[in-house]
Design a protein around this ligand. Structure first.
Ligand SMILES: [Zn+2]
Length: 190
């Protein structure tokens, strides 16, 4: 009898932990996401994205296209392998409180070492496909991404005109956290 109680308790605890880990941005089974394109992201950054259940949503990691708009090129070469700190994340299938979920995602990204912006077509200086563009701040960055991190810390949009970002504002505490990660990375990559 006792073991039955114990087993059912275990099952309840297990189910509770499952629901605790299901992130609000985890895509439902009937959501069609494009194939994940996470290659070339710094391994530590990719691990964080995995912890956040975001790998299925990654639409761009490294991209060597030579154009002024492309900031997904190499940030560092480790053991002969080029890596980028830039990552794009799909915002498909975030039904219900969509803006709440996107803002929650931007917050979670920042807590874990990424600055991010929701690029929404026609808003905040962006025209193009809707997505989140994020930058891992804990490792070496090329100048274009350093510029974006500084822009984020100043509450700006990280685009060419670098205007004030209207969609979401990180708390001062969150900015402090990110600034700490960023400074530490700058010191260690010197
Ligand atoms: Zn991007």
């Amino acid at each position: 009898m006792l073991s039955v109680v114990k087993n059912s308790l275990t099952a309840v605890v297990f189910l509770m932990s499952l629901s605790a880990y299901a992130s609000p941005w985890e895509a439902s089974r009937n959501c069609h996401l494009n194939k994940s394109q996470s290659s070339g992201i710094y391994p530590e950054a990719a691990q964080k994205l995995s912890d956040l259940e975001l790998i299925p949503r990654v639409t761009q990691g490294i991209n060597q296209t030579k154009s002024p708009q492309n900031v997904h090129g190499t940030d560092d070469v480790i053991d002969g392998v080029p890596y980028t700190a830039a990552v794009d994340i799909s915002v498909r299938c975030l039904d219900g409180d969509r803006d709440g979920k996107i803002k929650g995602l931007l917050t979670a990204l920042a807590e874990n070492g990424f600055v991010g912006w929701y690029r929404k077509n026609g808003s905040d200086g962006w025209s193009g496909a809707d997505h989140i563009h994020a930058v891992w701040v804990k490792q070496k960055l090329k100048p274009s991404l350093e510029k974006q991190v500084n822009s984020w810390l100043e509450g700006k949009n990280g685009l060419r005109k670098d205007a004030v970002y209207q969609y979401w504002k990180p708390s001062d505490e969150l900015k402090e956290t990110v600034s700490g990660y960023f400074k530490k990375a700058a010191v260690s990559s010197r």
